[in-house]
Design a protein around this ligand. Sequence first.
Ligand SMILES: Cc1cc2nc3c(=O)[nH]c(=O)nc-3n(C[C@H](O)[C@H](O)[C@H](O)COP(=O)(O)OP(=O)(O)OC[C@H]3O[C@@H](n4cnc5c(N)ncnc54)[C@H](O)[C@@H]3O)c2cc1C
Length: 631
Amino acid sequence: MSRDKETMTNRDPGMNRQITRRDFVGGVAIAISGSIAWRWSEANAPTNAYPPLRTGMRGSHEGSYEVAHQMRDGAGWDNPEETGEDYDLIVVGGGLSGLASAWYFREANTDARILILDNHDDFGGHAKRNEFWLGDRMILSHGGTENIQDLTRYKAAGRRLLQSIGIDVARYPEFHDASVYKSHELGRSVFLAKESFGTDRLLTGEGVPSWRGFFAKTPLSENAREELVRLHESDVDYLEGLSPKEKVEILQKTSYETYLQETVGISSEAVSYLWRSSTWAIGLDAISAWVATGEGWPGTAGLGAFDQIEAGAVPTEKSLFCQFPDGNATIARLIVRSLIPDVAPGNTLDDIVAARFDYSALDSADSPARVRLNSTVVNVSHLGDPRSADEVEVSYVQGGRAYRVRGRQSVLACYNASIPYICDELPAAQKKALSQAVKAPLIYTNVLLRDWNALARLGVRYARCPGSYFETVRLTDPVSIGDYRHSCAPDEPVVLRMNRAPLDPRLRGRPASDQWRAGRAELLTTTFETFEMKIRDQLGRMFSEGGFDAARDIEAITVNRWPHGYAYGHDPETGQFAWMLDELPPERSPWIAARKTFGRIAIANSDATADAMTEGAFEAAQLAVETLVSR
Ligand SMILES: Cc1cc2nc3c(=O)[nH]c(=O)nc-3n(C[C@H](O)[C@H](O)[C@H](O)COP(=O)(O)OP(=O)(O)OC[C@H]3O[C@@H](n4cnc5c(N)ncnc54)[C@H](O)[C@@H]3O)c2cc1C
């Protein structure tokens, strides 16, 4: 299906609906009349004090980052109040790496007293749960970390953790009901926006019935259409005559954009149709043609087999995938419940998804393991000479006041780049290595729709939207576990996910770290209202022909902004991303020097393995705890 559309300016997107929005400023709920972030049956829903239920601006929410930024800008917190608390382990950061650190430490010391400190109002780091209610129905999505992409990439310790908390990836087909969308013939589509392609056009069934027929419906020039048809239909080896090893070397060094334009020889108009940046948080100007080959992107099919070449970026045939209704927040919740059983009833994967957590049990003096939220750590240091000290002290700021706790050991599972500010006593060379980590920013938005009739009419389950504000739009995966039931008919509520990598097109071609820093600044200055307007505008333009009405159909919006998103490591010699290459020698892997245990302080977080995935977060945790336990 193709169509031309007017822009949103002629329609009412619903920005002025007089319904209550609850936002959180510094952790305090305020009601704002006007645009919505929140709408549900108050009678049936749990209270908004429950962090997973909070809507509006989430992820790096107001109140979570200000202290860290003050620390970066030179602020100090003298004379923190003594809590008198003493732990065996203090973990900085309650993301999957910090939680896994606590889990591995407790595995080795069953009676250990552990404190986990995190600056957010919820645990899980990127692995956050977004929970909505409509009437008496719970509707879930993930705020960040989405899935177990491939269990075969997890090391033995990571698999042991997953298995021990009750995750059996082989059960995924039992939870996932592919027929939900298939029975309504929903598929992949492409939305070309007026700003980039001259007219708004939604094209359903990418490549259907043929590539030629599909591209004939696009507003692209005749030349670009021909180029794209050839690119999709042919299996030309554009590096013919080279050995597999030579090909890999070239593909790793060449961006996919350069490969398309210079090796394949297609126009920039055709490249703009193929543009994507939200999968890896970087555009085609920075992603290598080698990764594109692993992903099977157009123009790589004829390059031949690379079986003998080891490269992490190319997925294996036997990938073992698993996704939960709230993403890897299920993993975070399972770990927290295993550390603090009073937090929720049950002990299986089947009873975790619908379980209501008692957040007041997270930080109880009666529990050997505690999770303390809204607490930004500002200092970690040894009590005495790091070579002989028996203890460390950790200061954190909560509600504007600084507190001090003591521990026998500490794991810093926060961000590498922030560690030099927190831990001044580290050697200068290690601080330098830590500072080299720059995380990539991302925005994951969840839009609660009262039904998906419009998408069913149009046949859209997923849309790639090159050139639009949100680059991908997709319905949540139909996964049901235990008492939790995913939407199974178009009349039922569902979450629509909209992802964006905040990259300024004017910075294309510049080093990715520069683009990410600029994107991070954009993220912190973009208001929720702007996001809401962009969401309503884009969805209206994409789906109104199917009967979608943004003012009527959108029930709630949660924007998860992640200024410090994916962990990336790069080769300091070439600037190339580590995970796009074969193994690098240690001297060209700064994260190895960065994660060196210093006295009683070890370093985890996915930065420590330069691996953005959960398996990297687990491996970093296991390595950190191993060094502490073996002391
Ligand atoms: C949008 C998004 C989607 C993703 N999707 C996937 C996916 O599908 N599969 C996958 O495997 N991986 C995915 N990832 C990668 C994800 O980063 C890892 O899987 C994993 O969740 C990272 O865990 P972590 O503990 O290393 O880091 P984080 O989750 O960042 O946790 C670190 C925590 O430390 C806190 N912290 C930092 N400084 C301080 C301080 N001074 N005091 C107290 N606390 C502090 C942070 O705020 C944060 O809560 C995704 C990442 C993002 C951003």
